[in-house]
Design a protein around this ligand. Structure first.
Ligand code: CP
Length: 360
């Protein structure tokens, strides 16, 4: 059964197909108004959300389907200690497709392994947020007519910011894109992730200066410092205002660039930028609904026709449970009973959170 946990679960041709479907849905919404009639989407959100949850639900209604919703962990039996695996086994009896958000890295993969229905990762901790990336790709494509040959300047919390991680994974698969990563030293892209991107021959640079990077940008991708991922409140307070994009700064940006933000913003973009025609962050939220419509449609069609996609890489290297500890304290292996930490044999990365675990 196909699930989408990581943007890399979709091939470039599948992403291109979803983009084409979303364009068609924008042009001809009535064609799809009953495409999911009789189908049910379950939205299972164990972490706060406005855009992702509501756009998934709006997308399902736009396809003529119906929605069941668990709005928080405290509204579900997770609060009594039920595992993700048991929860997904149950929900598979009630819904045809599931969108799930969870605070822990790897939770969506655990869910997809237990579910007999397609699971869409709506954000797992600081790990991945593939449908935000689909929204971002549609926004970039509608602005430039292409997804290649662009300079993307990503700004803010690049350590915990799952939207940047997923966007990088996607845009590095299109040719001739350049990435400039702007962050405080403490919030740099994880070193193993940066090394992986570089190992693919991708042009990626790091700086702490937004002023230096801004004039080079086709896409300015602002992000929020992720308060909920910090162990230390003082560190968050010190770093939260590191970058604020203002109308004055935009005078030094290209007239043809676009400004994006996955939202919510908490001060990273001054509201005076909202009237700049280069601001695309509210259009991004509309594009999110359209790409989620396209994805739900695609996955339900595949499920109905029993199309099996290539399975994710089988993990064959199992570590004895009594000695295995993933070094990422946010990894689902620290929280879910009956989950044995495992490594991909070739990369030595944790299967669930992708952190390289040299001490396992
Ligand atoms: N962009 C995003 O994921 O927003 P929400 O947290 O409101 O869903």
């Amino acid at each position: 059964m196909q699930s989408v946990i990581d943007i890399n679960d979709l091939t470039v041709s599948e992403i291109d197909e979803l983009l084409a479907t979303a364009h068609d849905m924008i042009e001809h919404p009535q064609t799809y108004a009953h495409a999911a009639a009789g189908k049910i989407l379950a939205t299972l959100f164990y972490e706060p959300s406005t855009r992702t949850r509501l756009s998934f639900e709006a997308a399902m209604y736009g396809l003529g389907g119906q929605v069941l919703s668990v709005p928080s962990a405290s509204h579900s039996s997770a609060s009594k200690g039920e595992t993700i695996s048991d929860t997904l086994s149950v929900i598979s009896n009630y819904a045809d497709i599931v969108a799930m958000r969870h605070p822990h890295d790897g939770a969506a993969l655990v869910a997809s392994n237990a579910a007999s229905r397609p699971v869409i990762n709506a954000g797992d901790g600081g790990h991945f947020h593939p449908t935000q990336t689909l929204a971002d790709l549609l926004t970039i494509e509608r602005s430039f007519g292409r997804l290649e040959g662009l300079t993307i300047v990503a700004v803010g919390d690049l350590l915990y910011g799952r939207t940047v991680h997923s966007l990088l994974h996607a845009m590095m698969r299109y040719p001739n894109n350049t990435f400039i990563m702007v962050s405080p030293h403490e919030l740099k892209l994880p070193a193993d992730f940066l090394a992986h991107v570089r190992s693919q021959g991708v042009d990626i640079r790091e700086t702490t200066s937004l002023a230096d990077a801004l004039p080079q940008a086709d896409v300015v991708y602002m992000t929020r410092v992720q308060q909920e991922r910090f162990a230390n409140r003082d560190d968050y307070e010190r770093l939260k205002g590191a970058y604020v994009l203002t109308a004055g700064m935009m005078e030094n940006a290209s007239p043809d660039c676009i400004v994006m933000h996955p939202l919510p913003r908490v001060g990273e973009i001054s509201s005076e930028v909202d009237s700049d025609p280069r601001a695309r962050y509210f259009e991004q939220t509309y594009n999110g609904k359209m790409m989620r419509m396209a994805l739900i449609h695609h996955l339900l069609q595949a499920a109905d026709t029993n199309q099996e996609r290539e399975q994710r890489e089988e993990f064959v290297h199992s570590i004895p449970a009594e000695t295995a500890v993933c070094p990422n304290s946010r990894c689902i292996t620290h929280f879910e009973r009956d989950i044995v930490p495992r490594l991909y044999p070739d990369t030595q990365q944790c299967v669930y959170c992708d952190y390289i675990a040299p001490n396992l």
